[in-house]
Design a protein around this ligand. Structure first.
Ligand code: ZN
Length: 308
């Protein structure tokens, strides 16, 4: 399994107000802020990473909070639903908690799995799915282990046509079409037991989405290290797709390519990981800057939105 895609690494979405995003994810949903940095391509904007205690790939949801960007619209060519795995029997806790915070939710069942579906403050669609999941969660005073989020279960792409994307997922990324009901597909990789599913909803009549607050920016697949990463670069080039060179994101190395359905895919490595510049116990507590911006720290800190 060494040289395989190991499910999802992280998912990145767009928010508007930084503090509202931070408060919602850390306080209402109780995930851990594992890294507070800036958008490496736009250092006036934060980049928040939320994950489990260890900041393990497969648990990491990240946001670019672009203040004042306004609401986007989910649609074709986007990852439109982010599915978190929650412990069996915890959905009642989450229904009560969301209701307390005046967040509307609906119950649903997809491929036989019970879930609730709701939106974050920017409109991003989240799903909590009851599963048996061995991953260790981050816990808070309000949200103990029997209810806490484990990490990703799946992500759902909305597409006009499923086939070209299914082909990339199966032929290049090693996924298998494991279930299909009408226009809903589930692809699974058996190289890892968690965060290993991508769902597709295919609908020719879907409008294309508009990328702004409350929508997905890209999804990243996980590989062990940058040697495997570069093997995938070759495979993707051989399939006739454009792909970036290897990019150093400080906490992982990345490649980006747009799959034929329009979703931006990234492949990201486990190395070096989030403890490269902070101790595990203090992850997310200090503003971390990539070295090219360290000499501008004062201006950057001043320009960033207030979040305390
Ligand atoms: Zn990314």
């Amino acid at each position: 399994m060494e040289n395989k895609i190991l499910g999802l690494h992280h998912i990145t979405a767009i928010a508007d107000n930084a503090k509202r995003n931070l408060d919602f994810y850390t306080q209402v949903l109780g995930v851990r802020l594992i890294k507070k940095t800036v958008n490496f391509d736009d250092p006036g904007t934060y980049h928040f990473y939320y994950g489990n205690e260890m900041g393990e790939p497969g648990t990491i949801l990240t946001f670019f909070p672009w203040e004042g960007i306004g609401k986007g619209a989910p649609g074709a060519g986007m990852a439109t639903h982010i599915g978190y795995s929650v412990p069996k029997g915890s959905l009642d806790f989450w229904k009560n908690r969301l209701t307390q915070y005046r967040i509307q939710w609906i119950e649903d069942e997809i491929f036989g799995e019970k879930l609730i579906s709701f939106r974050d403050p920017d409109g991003l669609q989240l799903q909590f799915i009851e599963t048996t999941d061995p991953r260790l969660p981050w816990t808070t005073t309000d949200i103990q282990a029997e209810n806490a989020l484990k990490g990703f279960h799946n992500v759902t792409l909305s597409l006009r046509k499923a086939e070209p994307t299914v082909k990339i997922l199966t032929d290049i990324l090693g996924y298998t079409l494991s279930q299909q009901i009408d226009n809903r597909y589930r692809l699974t990789t058996y190289s890892i037991a968690t965060a290993n599913m991508v769902d597709i909803i295919a609908d020719e009549n879907l409008n294309y989405g508009k990328n702004a607050a409350g929508t997905n920016h890209h999804i990243a697949f996980r590989v062990k290290n940058d040697n495997v990463l570069m093997e995938y670069r070759e495979k993707i080039l051989s399939a006739g797709l454009d792909i970036t060179p290897k990019i150093n994101r400080d906490y992982f190395f990345s490649l980006y390519f747009r799959e034929p359905g329009g979703v931006l895919f990234e492949i990201a490595t486990d190395n070096p990981g989030f403890t490269v510049d902070e101790q595990l116990s203090s992850l997310g507590s200090a503003l971390k800057l990539p070295k090219q911006y360290e000499s501008h720290r004062l201006q950057i800190e001043k320009a960033l939105p207030k979040i305390d």
